[in-house]
Design a protein around this ligand. Sequence first.
Ligand SMILES: [Zn+2]
Length: 214
Amino acid sequence: MSAQDAMSSDTATESSTYWFEYAATTEDAITIAMNIYGAVPPGWQRLWRDTVRQLLAVRTPARERSLGNLLPDFDTDSLDVTMPFADRVMLGIARRCTQRSRCTCRQCGRPGRPRWFNAHEAMVLCPRCAAPELLRRAIDDLVRYPGLIAVGGCVDGPERVPEVLRRAFRRRAEYLVANGTLSEPSMKRSTLDAWTRELKCLQRFLPPSCIPVP
Ligand SMILES: [Zn+2]
């Protein structure tokens, strides 16, 4: 019987074998849990492993039913653990897992924080994993809303462009002033359009998006 079969059959009768009962050691039980729940995001797998280890460490006959039916409930902004009939000790372990996930990058496991890429959901990411996504979206904003950025036909300063592009804007404007193309570090709409086309070409070299498709 596979681990998945063991998990799915467990609620059928009181005499069913729980997933951890197929393991000879705690490490074996953790491995079974990791295989059953392989879809946990990569950055949260270590946290999930630690949480399963802590739950197994407090295993008692009274807690086996809860432990046998635990489920990771992961969204983009937290890793929650659901267990029926969990007592205070088990709920405490589950709560710590949720709290830690909210400051752990779901992609790589480094320290992270919730970042809002749309109005509906946050995603916990570290600066390194968030940067390509922020850059991708900033370039898309330049393509979609040049009229909002070049107000009156001119971008009068870096604060007009998305935050992640401000340093690049400053450098480009300074370069254009130095070579005589611009008289001051601001961009006319035509210059902005040329810069946007260059950025759009660079966009294809960014790593694939880690944002789940809704
Ligand atoms: Zn990361």
